[in-house]
Design a binder for this molecule. Structure first.
Ligand code: DON
Length: 307
């Protein structure tokens, strides 16, 4: 294998020059205003060494990547009981789709579609008030990344709140089926704030280390989840992490990955690496166009595909 620093630098150079960058999310002004010229990549290996290039230290809105951390916390809180309220199947539908809820009794297909993440937050609210839940989530992510600077971008959180009509519809619809226990306003308060967490690629790659290492945070030796739970979270990322683009991502990249409409992707090469890429331009499925291409290139050069 060529040296990893060379591979990462070459990928960043190729992405900097890429003509077709996709379009940044347009549904809220703070995301629509992000310059599509950005590209960042950071890789943390199991031995702790790091490789980064481009805008690897620039914070961006992690959006749905936060659903991995919320899921990890909810499994810690209620264990496998969670699966009585959220499924584990890919939806084949857009991330904010409502249609399957009607025939599937208000049980979302998986914890990574919006409806699933909203139920996950409802579960977390069994442990405390919205302010405490989001505080606890921030502490969790800061601990995983080893970085106290990670924060919620309040401008993004407010814009999510002001425009989140579909999410309110999903929440109220699930409440009608008895699958939301707290008022929609409370649950979505948590959801909008977790979407608005801002992190850099370097911070995100560090936060994902426990998923590549059988649930253990390699530098501290702390067990975040059991090896079986880490495997299962990775399985969900592989099958559901890119919504109706999950098959295509598995086909092209072949790693568990979770994307967000801020243009970030957290990907895991089990036993080898935690990888974060960011480029704000999205493809037609709402996943980072160049982020996906960069991961495809990385896997091509390293052979890290799980297949
Ligand atoms: O809740 C929403 O619809 C937005 N905050 C987008 C979340 C997200 O990243 C979905 N995935 N790609």
């Amino acid at each position: 294998m060529e040296s990893l620093s060379r591979i990462v630098a070459d990928i960043a150079a190729e992405m900097a020059a890429a003509p077709d960058r996709g379009t940044p999310a347009q549904y809220i002004p703070p995301l629509a205003a992000v310059d599509p010229a950005h590209f960042g990549i950071a890789i943390t290996l199991a031995d702790g060494s790091e490789y980064a290039a481009g805008d690897a230290d620039l914070p961006f809105s992690i959006q749905s990547v936060s659903k991995v951390f919320a899921l990890t916390q909810a499994l810690g809180a209620v264990g496998d009981q969670l699966w009585q309220r959220v499924g584990r199947e890919p939806s084949g539908s857009a991330f904010n789709s409502i249609v399957q809820l009607e025939t599937e009794h208000g049980i979302p297909r998986n914890p990574f579609v919006n409806a699933g993440a909203i139920v996950v937050d409802d579960v977390l609210l069994g442990r405390g008030a919205p302010r405490e839940v989001i505080g606890e989530m921030l502490r969790f992510v800061r601990g995983l990344a080893g970085d106290e600077a990670i924060h919620v971008d309040e401008t993004v959180a407010r814009a999510e709140q002001d425009t989140g009509f579909r999410n309110f519809a999903l929440a109220q619809y699930m409440r009608a089926f008895g699958n939301l226990h707290r008022p929609a306003e409370e649950v979505l308060g948590v959801y909008f704030h977790q979407c608005a967490i801002a992190m850099s690629c370097r911070q995100l790659a560090r936060a994902g280390r426990f998923l590549m290492a059988g649930g253990v945070q390699p530098d501290t030796g702390l067990s975040i989840v059991s090896p079986r739970r880490a495997r299962r979270i990775n399985a969900l990322m592989l099958t559901c992490g890119h919504y109706d683009g999950s098959g295509e991502f598995a086909f092209r990249v072949g790693l568990p990955g979770k994307s967000g409409v801020g243009g970030g992707i957290l990907a895991v090469a089990p036993g080898i690496a935690s990888i974060a890429v960011w480029s704000p331009g999205l493809n037609e499925r709402g996943n980072s166009q160049l982020g996906t291409l960069a991961l495809e290139r990385l896997v091509h050069h390293t052979g890290w595909s799980i297949f």
